[in-house]
Design a protein around this ligand. Structure first.
Ligand code: PGU
Length: 486
């Protein structure tokens, strides 16, 4: 016992003498012995305790065996990140990186889906500028943290925008809406919520789809599978393939659906096809997860020109009383790309379930970004709340949409007039911001190298990045690419 006390004293001295940042092997080992002995001293001779002490020492062994370890960063000859390989650029956002590096005066960025004016400049909507001014002038506003779920007004109004003011689900308090970081953040929060709380962890994505979907849902903890969507031969919807694949998905699977203006193909089901999809999904108890990044009818080219028209597929699913998730983005329709404004809504069977779902969504959001930003959501809430501002918004939306539609026509005409081989009618048939041209990766890289035209390698071009001035240049490039230039 005496000897044990001496040992304890010795090792305590040793610990005290050990300079905190110089745990070379021996000190670490002795620290282990010391702690083990201390434990032994407290509980007298237990054999289990010797084992515990040995265990403690062996846990420290790998650290101790490397006598060269030093916590001093200056002493390390190599970076601790030296093993990292360079990651590839993002397939979409990386197009802008490459574009920015190109000094050519004729360069054209048709990669990212972001609206540009006829002069090729980014656009801040007048209604947004106006509301921002009002917000700045209102000295009663502050920059306090907002609740974990975001601004209450923003959430309510966002749900109304997509589900309709008279939506039974809203009236019955069966919808929970939480403000998230734009469309991407809303998808991610929804994905993590499902991975944690839903009994089936497989999500089916259309082929093709927005490339980030795969990464978002994988990292959220879901396993990702695909269903057929696009038929390259017809440049249309592979409706048979879609029904077959959804029909074969195990009951309970999550199905990602683009609410409108499918990215990248610009091909949407008709309302009748949507109704068939809905019936199948409900019959098989699949769980729909809508991605609504382009709600602005006008982008989608509906003749009605009403925001409600784009929401019709979603509303079909809400009307049947079933459950669903929906991620909403204000990046494109309000031009708030960098403000990162969006929302996740979950339509539930009852108000009680909706409120429990919301309580769990808070537990997903809190450790992810704690609470969302205030500025962009305040802009959206102000516009959605006020009839006049709302009308101003729809007028500006119409101007953006008209420009995109006119670009489609101009590009189509330019290819016709050059006699470019092939059927290019899909340019005017597809809807939304993008044309899925059918150009292959080789043709795309030819157009980039020879014509300084930047686009994603799948042949998608953002029509919103074109202008009357740049259409001829693009048409020349496509013509050269398909007539053997590439
Ligand atoms: N869902 C779809 C279908 C999208 O196309 C996009 C944006 C998002 C969600 C996410 O948008 P948020 O900005 O997070 O609201 N896709 C664009 C923008 C660039 C990108 O890849 O993020 C695109 O060009 O495909």
């Amino acid at each position: 016992m005496k000897e044990q006390k001496k040992k304890v004293a010795r090792s305590e001295r040793k610990v005290a003498e050990t300079p905190a940042l110089e745990f070379c092997g021996r000190e670490v080992r002795e620290l282990g012995v010391g702690v083990g002995t201390m434990l032994g001293a407290c509980f007298v001779d237990g054999r289990g305790l010797n084992t515990l002490a040995r265990h403690f020492i062996s846990a420290l062994e790998p650290m101790a065996s490397n006598d060269g370890i030093s916590a001093s960063p200056t002493a390390a000859s190599d970076s601790v990140f030296n093993h990292l390989v360079r990651a590839p650029e993002d397939p979409i956002l990386g197009v802008t990186v490459a574009f920015n590096k190109d000094p050519s005066p004729v360069k054209l960025n048709l990669g990212v889906g972001a609206y540009r004016t006829e002069e090729g400049k980014p656009l801040v909507l007048n209604v947004v500028r106006k509301v921002e001014q009002q917000l700045i002038n209102d000295l009663s506003r502050n920059k306090e943290y907002i609740p974990i779920v975001g601004l209450a007004d923003f959430n309510k109004l966002s749900a109304k925008l997509i589900f309709g003011a008279d939506s039974p689900a809203i009236q019955e308090n069966r919808v929970t809406t939480v403000q998230c970081l734009s469309g991407t953040g809303s998808l991610r929060v929804g994905g993590e919520f499902l991975a944690k709380h839903y009994h089936h962890r497989t999500i089916y994505l259309p082929t093709p789809t927005w490339g980030n979907h795969h990464k978002v849902f994988n990292l959220a903890g879901l396993s990702v599978k695909t269903y057929r969507y696009y038929a390259p031969a017809t440049r249309g919807l592979d409706f048979e393939g879609l029904l077959e694949d959804l029909g074969a998905a195990p009951s309970g699977s999550i199905i990602l659906l683009h609410a409108c203006a499918h990215n990248p193909t610009g091909v949407d089901p008709t309302l009748e096809q949507w109704e068939q999809i809905r019936q199948l999904i409900r019959l098989k108890a699949l769980l729909p997860f809508f991605d609504s990044a382009y709600q602005a009818s006008l982008f989608c080219g509906f003749a009605s020109g009403s925001l409600d028209a784009d929401a019709q597929p979603v509303r079909l699913f809400v009307a049947d009383g079933g459950e669903l998730l929906l991620a909403q983005s204000y990046a494109k329709n309000l031009g708030l790309y960098g403000e990162r404004v969006g929302a996740l809504s979950i339509v539930c069977k009852s108000p009680d379930v909706a409120s429990r779902v919301e309580s769990q969504l808070k537990l997903v959001i809190r450790p992810m970004f704690s609470s969302p930003p205030i500025h962009g959501a305040s802009i959206v809430a102000a516009i959605l709340k006020d009839g006049d501002l709302f009308n101003e918004w729809t007028i500006e939306l119409k101007a953006m949409a008209d420009r995109i539609i006119s670009m489609r026509q101009q590009l189509f005409d330019a290819l016709q007039s050059r006699g470019t081989p092939g059927d290019w009618s899909h340019i005017i048939k597809q809807i939304g911001m993008f044309t899925f041209t059918g150009l292959n990766a080789e043709q795309v890289s030819f157009m980039t190298n020879e014509y300084h035209i930047y686009m994603t390698s799948d042949g998608r071009i953002s029509m919103a990045g074109l202008s009357s001035k740049t259409v001829p240049h693009l048409a020349d490039a496509i013509h050269a690419a398909v007539t053997g230039g590439a």
